[in-house]
Design a protein around this ligand. Structure first.
Ligand SMILES: [Zn+2]
Ligand SMILES: [Zn+2]
Length: 383
């Protein structure tokens, strides 16, 4: 088994990992775009022979771990004849976001056709590409249907963690799943996003929910800036708004995503139907009298709502880094977020304890750090 990391060993996002068997089967794991600031600094065009350029196809498949842009964003650079695989639920969420009016100016018809053609996988089913066997393991992350991938070929076992964490609502199931489906591996490719970012103890998503409840009780008109696909965060906000007795109000795109989650969710925690109101002007009087919680994003709808309710509490529930001036592409977001906002966020990524636990569980011979600006932290990680 041969492993090449095309991008991602010294940066967060933009990951592409190539795996090749002795017989010549070749797959790529993720095909991500760089974070905007990174794009500017490094200006690296992704160019992999037989994958993204017009030479004869040399890859048999691309396997996407989850729908975040830094893992899927360059799917349209992949040669048309190479199949792209993604989790079944991820594909549906990605489709809703791409086809929504909010993003209509971004996706063109050719890309849309490609997205519709994505092949899907679903646990516990395995994917067989030539002589490479892939077992997806669903994990806890700020994307809903995120996966680690166990890769087997040439008598070797590799685990690619994708993005994961253990401190979200579904974190408890990750280590038992690794014990059951993975066991000891020869090689671990592990994300290390937080190693250069987080310095404080990690807040769990349930602790965040308790904090949100208190904020919503203390403030009548609450806007929560968060990703419309961060389902765990939205579930926490929904639960907190219910306990604080505020109406949970969503815009049409958010409602569409939540309705889809509702249709596939098994746990009541992820049931959104009947627990949110889709925004319409008729709701304004009730919002004024009862108070509300509304997830918003950086768009004109949000700007309008903020004007209708000028005495609001703005809760920023996303990575604070985007508010730094060097992220020039986020200038309109930086203008949207008021100086007196409340920061309420916890990372979608593994903290150092979580990485250690994964290392202990799969006791790898070799560790390759990716998705990290501090790969050297991994030096002492081997059991
Ligand atoms: Zn990522
Ligand atoms: Zn991610």
């Amino acid at each position: 088994m041969e492993v090449i990391i095309h991008r991602g060993t010294h940066q967060i996002g933009g990951c592409v990992t190539e795996i090749k068997s002795k017989k010549g089967t070749k797959i790529a794991i993720d095909i991500g775009e760089n974070l905007p600031s990174m794009e500017k600094k490094e200006n690296i065009e992704l160019n992999v022979a037989g994958l993204t350029n017009n030479e004869a196809k040399a890859f048999d498949a691309v396997i996407i771990t989850h729908y975040h842009g830094d893992h899927i964003g360059l799917y349209n650079k992949v040669l048309a004849e190479i199949p792209i695989y993604i989790g079944e639920v991820s594909k549906e969420i990605y489709k809703i976001v791409q086809e929504s009016l909010e993003f209509a100016n971004v996706i063109d018809e050719k890309d849309w056709e490609r997205v519709k053609k994505f092949k899907t996988y679903k646990i516990p089913n395995k994917i067989k590409i030539g002589d490479i066997l892939i077992t997806p393991i669903e994990v806890d992350h700020s994307a809903f249907n995120a996966h680690m991938l166990k890769i087997e070929c040439d008598g070797k076992v590799l685990l690619h963690t994708g993005d994961f964490r253990l401190h979200g609502q579904r974190g408890k199931s990750v280590i038992p799943a690794l014990e059951k489906y993975v066991g000891k591996v020869d090689c671990l490719i592990c994300e290390g996003t937080t190693l250069s970012r987080e310095k404080e103890p990690t807040l769990t998503e349930f602790q965040l929910q308790d904090k949100a409840e208190k904020i919503f009780k203390d403030n009548k008109y609450n806007f929560v800036y968060c990703s419309c696909t961060n389902i765990d965060r939205l579930a926490a906000v929904k639960e907190a708004s219910k306990k604080a007795n505020r109406i949970f109000v969503c815009d049409v795109v958010q409602a569409k995503i939540l309705d889809y989650i509702d249709s596939i969710a098994r746990s009541d925690y992820y049931k959104f139907k009947g627990k949110y109101e889709e925004y319409s002007y008729k709701l304004i009087d009730e919002m004024k009298s009862k108070g509300f919680v509304m997830p918003i994003r950086n768009n004109n709808f949000a700007r309008k709502m903020l004007k209708i309710f000028p005495k609001n509490k703005f809760i920023y529930s996303n990575w604070e880094g985007y508010l730094k001036p060097e992220f020039e592409e986020y200038k309109t977001l930086q203008e949207l977020v008021p100086k007196d906002c409340i920061f309420l966020h916890t990372s979608g990524h593994a903290d150092i304890d979580a990485i250690k636990k994964v290392c202990e569980t799969v006791s790898p011979e070799v560790i390759i750090p990716i998705h990290s600006e501090a790969p050297e932290v991994f030096d002492n990680m081997r059991a």
